[in-house]
Design a protein around this ligand. Structure first.
Ligand code: 6PG
Length: 242
C-alpha cells in the first residue's frame, strides 16, 4: 500500500504513528516489539517525533527492542554511523533499556561484524521465526535499500540473515540485513521523500521487475505487509495516484 503525504513533516508524523500502533499491538500480543531502524536522513524527523510528547509517552519502551537494517563500518561516534544518528535523535532521549538496543557493532572486519550481528539476531529470536514487527527502510537514488546496492552479490543471498557489502563508490564497507530476513517481517515501511527520489521511485513501483538494478524491488514480505510512505515530491512522476 502506498500513501502520499504533503511533505516530509506529514510523512514523519504518519510513520511515527505507525511505530506507536505497531509497538502497542506487538506488546499486547507478544510481550515485546522488535523494530529495525533505517539509516540515512529521511527517518530522522520521525525519530525526533517519537522522542517527544505525546508519542514518546505512548510507546511501551520497556518492551521495545531496536535493531538496525544496515550500518556503515565506521566507529559509532562517526557522523556517518546510523547508530549515531538514531541515538542522537531518539534513543538517548527515551527510557528504552540499554540492553534492548542492538547496534551492528564495529568489528575488525565487515565480515566479522556481519557474523556477530547474525549471532545477536539468532539469539534474540531463539526458536521463533525471525519476524520483526516493523522494518523501516529508505530508498537511495540508485534503487538501493538498507545496504542492498545494485549488482551486489548480497542480492542473491538466501541463507544468511546478515552480510557484508563493499560499496566501491563510497570506498566503504557496510553491513546489511539480507532480503530473506527483511521479507519475514510483519510490516515493512519505506519512507521516501524529496524530488530527487521521484525518478527511482517511479521505476521501483511502476517499472519492470529488475531487482539487480533496483534492489528495493526485492522487498516483498512473504507474510507481512508492505507500506510505502512517500511525500508529494517523491511521488510526482508516478502515473498511478496513490
Ligand atoms: C544508509 C541507509 C540507506 C538509506 C537510503 C536513503 O545507511 O544509507 O540505510 O539505505 O535509507 O540511502 O537515504 P536518505 O534517507 O538519506 O535519502
Amino acid at each position: 500500500m502506498t500513501w502520499v503525504y504533503a511533505d516530509l513533516e506529514a510523512l514523519s508524523h504518519a510513520a511515527a504513528g505507525i511505530w506507536v500502533q505497531q509497538a502497542r499491538q506487538a506488546v499486547h500480543a507478544r510481550g515485546r516489539f522488535s523494530v529495525v531502524l533505517s539509516g540515512g536522513h529521511t527517518p530522522q524527523r520521525m525519530y525526533e517525533l517519537l522522542a517527544q510528547s505525546p508519542l514518546r509517552d505512548r510507546v511501551p519502551w520497556a518492551q521495545v527492542h531496536v535493531f538496525w537494517g544496515d550500518e556503515r563500518c565506521v566507529p559509532s561516534d562517526d557522523s556517518r554511523s546510523n547508530e549515531h544518528m538514531a541515538r542522537q535523535a531518539l534513543l538517548n532521549l527515551v527510557p528504552i533499556p540499554p540492553g534492548q538496543v542492538h547496534p551492528i557493532q564495529y568489528a575488525r572486519s565487515a565480515q566479522e561484524a556481519a557474523e556477530q550481528y547474525e549471532v545477536v539476531l539468532r539469539t534474540f529470536f531463539k526458536d521463533l521465526e525471525p519476524r520483526f514487527d516493523l522494518v523501516l527502510l529508505g530508498l537511495g537514488e540508485n534503487g538501493h535499500t538498507a545496504s542492498l546496492f545494485p549488482e551486489a552479490s548480497v542480492l542473491d543471498e538466501q541463507e544468511h540473515w546478515v552480510a557484508e557489502v563493499y560499496v566501491a563508490e563510497q570506498d566503504l564497507y557496510r553491513v546489511t540485513l539480507t532480503p530473506p530476513l527483511i521479507n519475514q517481517a510483519m510490516l515493512v515501511a519505506f519512507l521516501v521523500a524529496g524530488t530527487a527520489k521521484a525518478p527511482v521511485l517511479r521505476k521501483v513501483l511502476e517499472g519492470p521487475f529488475d531487482p539487480h538494478h533496483l534492489p528495493a524491488q526485492l522487498i516483498r514480505p512473504t507474510h507481512g505487509d508492505l507500506y510505502w510512505l512517500i511525500d508529494q515530491e517523491a511521488g510526482s512522476l508516478m502515473r498511478q495516484r496513490a
